[in-house]
Design a protein around this ligand. Structure first.
Ligand SMILES: Nc1ncnc2c1ncn2[C@@H]1O[C@H](COP(=O)(O)OP(=O)(O)O)[C@@H](O)[C@H]1O
Ligand SMILES: [Mg+2]
Length: 322
């Protein structure tokens, strides 16, 4: 028998339903919640596959999962890569791969990070050339953490005054400033196993419980296949097997807004019954397949095309204008 372990945080609907679904299929794989205490080095784990839903909030779990990888457990999503990526890197990667993204600039921290002072910042231009940044991004714009989630510290700013006022509240966070995509439609997509995709119409300006649009209008087929292709391109590049990707559509073009979500919301109460059933059934099928059919060694550990060195070629930067 192969064993699938589920690591979860506060969520209650998805993990239980997933375990019930896997066990009800009576395959050669069973699922259960992981139970652990203090972790010994190079410990052997009883699981073939672990689905990680919470290590982003609990460093102990992240360290445990890296250690589990050493014993050959296939951890979804890859804890090494998950520790390394960030939104700004994602936007640049998407641009390189031809996936449309809003123009985005990475901003230095507003306040000095802990245990640093102005001497630590001597490589930084000060003051920044804000006008050049504003000319590139335009207004309105979104300012959001370079690595974040759950809409935390996301600000819409309409002019330089609003920008400076919001920037002042970000303290030691590392922020990005991004062109607003004034969208006609917004889609949130599950992508599981770099194969199974579900596109959900999403209304981000609605209150939480109304955001997943129930009975949406059908998505035009050309747009649907374009979004699916972008989902595959990004998940293959990043190596994520369980992810959600968000696209804002402007003038018929889907711009990737938020696509590094390795522990995506799958709660029945937010995604609704149809999406929930899909994500439970699809995740169960995928995890069983991984447990039964993959050799779980670090050698075939799923790092994605970027980490495998398949994407980047060195280019000479343009000469600086005098
Ligand atoms: N460039 C943008 N254009 C339009 N809306 C945006 C843009 N960036 C973010 N938003 C809005 O802000 C929300 C939160 O931003 P997002 O990048 O998804 O951060 P998080 O990872 O915190 O969910 C998005 O769902 C979207 O509604
Ligand atoms: Mg988001």
């Amino acid at each position: 028998m192969k064993k699938i372990g589920i690591l979860r945080g506060m969520e209650t609907t998805f993990p239980e339903a997933l375990i019930d679904r896997i066990n009800s299929l009576n395959t050669e794989a069973t699922a259960e919640f992981i139970q652990v205490g203090g972790i010994k080095m190079d410990e052997l784990y009883a699981y073939d596959v672990i689905l990680d839903r919470i290590s982003q909030d609990i460093p102990f779990y992240r360290a445990m999962l890296k250690n589990a990888s050493l014993s050959g457990v296939h951890v979804i999503n890859n804890p090494f890569w998950w520790s390394a990526d960030d939104k700004f890197f994602g936007y640049s990667l998407a641009k390189k791969l031809g996936v449309p993204v809003p123009k985005t600039v990475l901003l230095p921290h507003k306040d000095h990070p802990p245990d640093t002072n102005s001497n630590s910042m001597r490589n930084l231009i000060f003051p920044l050339n804000w006008q050049e940044i504003f000319d590139y991004i335009g207004f309105p714009a979104f300012m959001k953490p370079h690595s974040g989630g759950g809409w935390k510290d996301v600000y819409k700013v309409n002019d330089p005054g609003e920008l400076f006022s919001s920037y002042g509240k970000t303290h030691t966070l590392c922020m990005t400033l991004q062109e607003e995509i004034d969208f006609t439609h917004y889609y949130r997509c599950y992508c599981i196993g770099k194969k199974y995709i579900r596109i959900m119409e999403y209304a981000p300006k609605q209150p939480h419980h109304l955001r997943y649009v129930q009975n949406p209008d059908p998505i035009p087929p050309a747009l649907e296949s374009e979004i699916k292709q972008h989902c595959l391109t990004l998940c293959n590049a990043l190596g994520y097997d369980f992810n959600t990707l968000e696209f804002a559509v402007r003038d018929g073009i889907p711009y990737a807004i938020d696509f590094t979500n390795p522990s995506p919301d799958a709660d029945l109460n937010s995604v609704g019954l149809e999406n929930f059933t899909w994500v439970v059934e699809t995740a169960a099928e995928f995890l069983i397949d991984r447990a039964l059919n993959y050799e779980t060694t670090l050698k075939n550990y799923n790092s994605g095309e970027f980490a495998e060195g398949k994407i980047v070629k060195r280019k000479t930067p343009p000469a600086k204008k005098k």
